[in-house]
Structures are given as C-alpha cells and as structure tokens.
Design a protein. Sequence first.
Length: 103
Amino acid sequence: MSIWWLMLASGAITFSIRYSFIAAEGHFQPPGWFRRLLPFVPIAALTALTAPELLLVQGELILGGANPRLWAGLVAIIVAAVWRNTLLTIGCGFAALLVLQRF
C-alpha cells in the first residue's frame, strides 16, 4: 500500500511544480539575464543526457576505437549537421552503431 502513497505524492508534487508555472503566467517577470539564458537550456539538457552514454563504457572514459557508441554518435552528429533530418540522423546513428559493434 505504501507504493500507492508514494505514487500519489510523486504525482501531486509533479502537478504542483508544473501548475506553478501556469499559475504564475503574467504575474511574475523573470530577470533579463534569466530570459537570455533560457535558449541554452534544451541543448544543455540534451548534452547532459547524451555525453555520458557516448563517452563512458562500463563507467570508464574511453575515447578511442574501443568505444563504438562514440563513433556512431559522431556519425549521427555529422548527418544531423548536413541534412537536418531527425529520422535520417537516428537511422544513420543506429546503422553506424550496428556496423561498429559487429566489427
């Protein structure tokens, strides 16, 4: 039964955090420096999520040929920069990872 209380509490906390931004709309004006930094939040979050997956193998930093995820990630970055197509980027990244893991 305690797991249900935990789930309800987590839901209530998540709802209150998200609702606070909706309720504060028009009543709160963030400082200028804060608004200038907001465009950098998505790329910082994405980098924080993907960098450890690309650079670490079993908890160790490996930057050489023994890290196929790093090279597949670089292929995906190049494809994304050239063609700007999300589906193509994902497909090429997965294909590169498959090929690199096989060899």
